[in-house]
Design a protein around this ligand. Structure first.
Ligand SMILES: C[S@@+](CC[C@H](N)C(=O)[O-])C[C@H]1O[C@@H](n2cnc3c(N)ncnc32)[C@H](O)[C@@H]1O
Length: 279
């Protein structure tokens, strides 16, 4: 992706992403991610630790995680537009002394020393946007301390094929290209994205030196409607409307958590979310 394409995508995105979870589908998806982070990074004794948010965007995860962890944070992102919103969000949350904002490319994290961060999170698929994904994985391995955990998300491979078939009736050529190339293009204004199966994400991590622990699909059963991708959030999908019923929402949440890291189910994920260790 060239600089212009990057800017053209993330400038408008930075203005809307923090409102996305007014739609119940995204609220649920965010709640599943938060629960998975909490289950894999212990909150006890987090006082002197550093959590590195790789492609942390507007800082919305750090603002939430700062309530759970006593840790300090590094928000690392390439987009000046996302970082400008992050600066505001972090000030509003009153957590400025705990957050170091760094602009840079994940494929070359030169400003962060070897073995200097305790845990890494990377949410909503920054790795899907990175051409040199192996380089980024190696850089994340380099900066993580021994014993540290990485939780990294990429767009789902099976979900991309399922969606291109069911929602777009994509042509045979495009379907073959997606299957063979592990990349998908959703529209003119969206860059071509890397897509991952459980196996390919775990292989990426293992090749970089990590030991994969488990992989979740997020979400595995609930599927967004078209309206859930409307940046203005003006319309509401059938599923987002239904999820406003707390009993339904809670049951879907529980069902997702019951199945989402089963080996036979994780590849259903719209996103593939892998946990790995540096041993
Ligand atoms: C879909 S957004 C997710 C943002 C945030 N993690 C969240 O969940 O709201 C992807 C983020 O990855 C960042 N990104 C993409 N390519 C990157 C790269 N090569 N280096 C650093 N950040 C990158 C973008 O700027 C953007 O903030």
């Amino acid at each position: 992706m060239d600089k212009k394409e990057f800017k053209d995508f993330f400038e408008p995105y930075s203005k809307n992403v923090d409102n996305a979870n007014t739609q119940a589908f995204w609220k649920l998806s965010d709640a599943l991610i938060l629960e998975i982070i909490k289950q894999n990074i212990p909150a006890d004794d987090s006082r002197d630790s550093v959590i590195f948010d790789a492609g942390g965007g507007t800082g919305r995860w750090i603002c939430d995680l700062a309530k759970v962890y006593e840790a300090d944070f590094i928000l690392y992102d390439l987009s000046e537009d996302m970082l400008a919103v992050a600066k505001n969000n972090i000030a509003k949350a009153g957590i400025e002394p705990r957050v170091n904002l760094i602009q840079g490319d994940l494929a070359d994290i030169k400003s962060v020393p070897d073995s200097s961060v305790d845990h890494i999170i990377s949410i909503y698929s920054p790795i899907s946007f990175i051409e040199k994904k192996e380089r980024a994985a190696a850089e994340l391995f380099r900066i993580l301390k021994k014993g540290g955990t990485i939780l990294i998300m990429g767009h789902g491979y099976c979900n991309a094929l399922a969606s291109k078939i069911n929602n777009y009736a994509a042509g045979p050529r495009e379907l073959r290209q997606i299957a063979a190339g592990s990349m998908v293009k959703w529209g003119d204004s969206v860059p071509k994205l890397n897509i991952f199966s459980q196996e390919s994400m775990e292989a990426l991590l293992a090749d970089a030196g990590f030991t994969p622990v488990r992989t979740y699909g997020v979400p595995v059963f609930v599927q967004p409607g078209n309206e859930d991708f409307d940046a203005a959030n003006s319309a509401k999908s059938r599923i987002s409307a239904a999820l406003e019923d707390p009993a339904f929402y809670n049951q879907v949440f529980q069902t997702e958590m019951e199945f989402n890291c089963k080996k036979t189910i994780a590849n259903r994920g719209m996103n593939i979310f892998s946990v790995a260790k540096k041993q």
